[in-house]
Every structure is written in structure tokens, then in C-alpha cells.
Design a protein around this ligand. Sequence first.
Ligand SMILES: C[S@@+](CC[C@H](N)C(=O)[O-])C[C@H]1O[C@@H](n2cnc3c(N)ncnc32)[C@H](O)[C@@H]1O
Length: 241
Amino acid sequence: MIQEWSDTEVQGFIDMANIVIPERRMQFQIVADLVPFGQGETFSFIDIGCGDGLLTKALLDRFPKAFAYASDASDEMLCKAEKLFEAYDGRVKLSCHNMHESDYLEAIVSGPVGFITSSLAIHHCDDAEKGQLYRSAYQKLSSERAFIVIDAVRPASVYGTELNKKYWRQSIRKQSIELGGNEEQYDKYKQIPIMFYDRSVPEDQPATLIDNLNYLIEAGFQGVDCFWHKCGFAVFGGYRS
Ligand SMILES: C[S@@+](CC[C@H](N)C(=O)[O-])C[C@H]1O[C@@H](n2cnc3c(N)ncnc32)[C@H](O)[C@@H]1O
């Protein structure tokens, strides 16, 4: 299901992201650490569901010779990204595509790329679509390259769900104090973990971490691993050798 983002929702996500998402900067840093290129190498990468472009930006800043194909289905998000990349001197091609399309990655750019990534977008696909997307990602990569994903993952039991709710709320409180100096943002957003797990939203279809890893293995990836995990958010992926 495609998620339509209004201007208000786009701004709402941008405002809350650094408070609500645990250790977002660390997530981006880990993705960059896992890029199979040296800092001075030239390569191109795709950011699936790039939103306002912060993961793309983190990679362009770390790899000054990299070129980004950043794609999203929301025009509002892409408008924000366009502003962000004004200073990036033609190093980004933004495009509007729907990741449910079967030729999605080829529509973004024809031919192979060296790296594919995504942050908090692929859980909008159902499990069959995730499997299809991971297979396409494998085909799209040149050899010795990588596909690294940040995403929400579904707990495999009620025990995991309760644990995630508890520690996710603690993380929101900590980041509210660290970033804002008080609990104001925590009070605003503390219901999100409860809402995420207790209310089923059709747009949110996270798979368990194990299922995600299995889809990657089935797609042909090697070195498949979870590289970081915290209260329901994970960085995982694999390599094409
Ligand atoms: C939670 S936001 C994450 C944005 C960005 N990657 C980040 O981490 O800040 C999810 C993004 O996925 C995009 N999205 C949702 N469904 C999509 C689809 N079917 N095709 C492409 N993008 C989609 C939304 O427009 C939104 O920008």
C-alpha cells in the first residue's frame, strides 16, 4: 500500500524523527560504516524511500565522490529533499517512484549500482513485496557490493513486544532530555510505542528480523547479518560477492 504523506505529516515526521527514532545518527553512521567502498572511491548508490534525504546526505558527506539516486513516492518529501541537496553540486538525482512496482529499482536508474540502502521505508511493503524487492536489490548490485537497510522490525513474541514498548519509551525520554533539555517532547510522543504495537495501521507491515534476514538469504545475499538493533529498530543487510 502506498503511503500518501500530506505536508503536515511530512513536517510531523521530520519534527519527531530525532526524538522518537532511537539513535538515528548512530543508525546512519553504521550504514556508512558498512559501505564496501573507501572514502575516496567513486560509486553510486540508491536510497529507497529517501524521504527528506537525511540518510542520503549522511552518505554523501562521508563519501565525497559518491553519487546518489534518492527516490520516494511522496512529492512533499522530495520537495524537502530538493532543498537539502541544493548545495550538493549535482551529486543527487531525486525521483518519484513507488517501491511496489516490479521494475522499481530499474526505473530509478538503469544498470548496476554499488550500494543500495533504505531507512524506515521498506516496512511499508508486505512480506511478498519485501522478498521481491530484496531479489531485485541483489540483481541490481554489481559484485562485491552491499544492500544495507534500516527498518522497524516486528517482535516475534509478546515478550519482545512488551520489551520494545518499555525501552522505546525510555529512549524517547532520553532523547527528549538530550536534545530539548526537558521532557516536553517525551510527553508529546510517549504514546507512539503503544500506538505502533497496539493499533494495526495498514501502511505499517514490519516483518520480524529473522524473516527479513531469511528473505535476504533467499535472494542470494551473503554475509547476511543484523548489525545493530534497539527496541524494534534494526540495521541489517547482506553482500553480493
Ligand atoms: C518514515 S519515512 C522515512 C524517510 C527517510 N528514509 C528517513 O529515514 O528519514 C518513510 C518514507 O517512505 C516513503 N514511502 C512509503 N511508501 C512508499 C512507496 N510505496 N514507495 C516509495 N516510497 C514510499 C514515504 O513517502 C516516506 O518518505
